[in-house]
Design a protein around this ligand. Structure first.
Ligand code: FNR
Length: 364
């Protein structure tokens, strides 16, 4: 269908399912085993209810936000996802151009299908980028990669900590029987192993399983960049993140692709508010998993998140290439603006927990 017919992020999943190859669809859409965490991510965000205030002059609205000190025209960014080229020949380049035109930030995956240099150069020099890191079990390769990242002017390292091994994504394993594909950055290459040949599993083979908190300092020193932990899922680990001096944490379960049954991301946000509210004073908190609407994003911001990551919807938007990336971004911005006006706020500074009724999911 023409892109103008796309009114919302969920429309894109329907279109992508038809437009993509079965293997690409399986890789993008799949999640671990019974899809419990995948489903709960979205469901529990939806079960938060907004408490709108009225009669507050909502004529002029702005929703700009600094993310790690970098200007973003909206309080959301593009979560790192592998292999954008499976959706469009321009892959991550189209994402970079679209994000830059819309003034939002792209976090580039370690398993991107274009080189870092080509992605960064696809946007004007002033456009900020973040980089998501999987540490290679051959540490020297990671050291080299981090120097490249630094030299390219990338602004921060998102160390993914929720996937020392890949989750069991059965749809991916069924579909990806013989696909041959190579990551442009990590060099991770597909080859069958006896557990199957799902793309996710194949691309994860190089990942260091022995990583610990004490390795973070090495990553920081080698890159000279701020460190964000992507995949924090408990208050305990949020406190450790503060102790180890990381710059931000991202509450994430890999979109339900890692440990099935892990608690929904929004529950982690509530857990932090309850058990370690002081964490929010020490570092920025981001969140992703199941955020598909401007109102979803607003809920997380009200509950203390600095920004929200959006993953699959951007991959699906690539059916329309760069235009799709821009269209989806405009939809999310429009929805956010309408939601802000309808709940009586005109800037994100006014977003606060009293605007959210969490009762329905508080006992979870
Ligand atoms: C991912 N995700 C991911 N995360 C990461 O740290 N490195 C990666 O290479 C990838 N690759 C990847 C591929 C695909 C196809 C998907 C769907 C996801 C996880 C991603 O960053 C993010 O956490 C989730 O996608 C967020 O959930 P939603 O927005 O997809 O619901």
């Amino acid at each position: 269908p023409p892109m103008e017919a796309v009114l919302a992020a969920p429309d894109l999943a329907v279109i992508a399912k038809k437009a993509l190859t079965p293997k690409a669809w399986a890789f993008y859409s799949s999640a671990a085993t019974d899809l419990i965490t995948y489903g709960k991510n979205k469901e529990l965000v939806q079960r938060l209810m907004i408490r709108p205030r009225v009669l507050r002059n909502v004529k002029d609205v702005s929703f700009e936000r600094d993310i790690l000190g970098f200007k973003s025209r909206a309080p959301f960014f593009i979560s790192p996802t592998a292999m954008a080229r499976l959706a469009h020949p321009d892959g991550e380049l189209a994402v970079a151009r679209g994000a830059s035109n819309e003034g939002i930030i792209q976090c580039i995956s370690s398993n991107a299908s274009y080189t870092l240099k080509s992605i960064v150069n696809a946007a004007p020099p002033e456009q900020p980028f973040f980089f998501q890191l999987y540490v290679n079990s051959e540490r020297q390769k990671t050291a080299d990669l981090l120097r490249t990242v630094r030299d390219l002017g990338i602004k921060a390292i998102f160390v993914t900590v929720d996937a020392p091994v890949p989750g069991k994504r059965e749809a991916d394993e069924r579909a990806a029987q013989a696909i041959k594909i190579r990551s442009a950055i990590s060099g991770g290459e597909s080859s069958k192993d006896k557990k199957g040949s799902g793309l996710g599993r194949l691309m994860a083979q190089y990942i260091e399983k022995a990583l610990t908190w004490d390795d973070l300092e090495w990553i920081r020193e080698t890159s000279g960049l701020p460190i964000v932990l992507k995949g924090v899922q408990t208050a305990e680990d949020a406190k450790l993140a503060v102790k180890y001096g990381v710059d931000a944490i991202m509450l994430s379960n890999h979109g339900g692709r890692s440990l099935d049954g892990a608690q929904a991301s929004i529950l982690v946000l509530l857990e932090l508010r309850k058990n370690c509210p002081e964490v929010f004073e020490s570092l920025e908190v981001y969140i992703d998993g199941g955020f598909e609407r401007g109102s979803d994003i607003l809920k997380a911001i009200c509950l203390g998140a600095t920004a929200v990551g959006v993953g699959r919807p951007y991959l699906y938007s690539l059916v329309y290439g760069q235009d799709g990336v821009e269209h989806l971004t405009q939809i999310l911005k429009d929805e956010l603006e309408v939601s802000m006006r309808l709940c009586g706020i005109t800037s994100l500074d006014q977003a606060n927990p009293s605007l959210i009724n969490t009762l329905d999911i508080e006992h979870l």
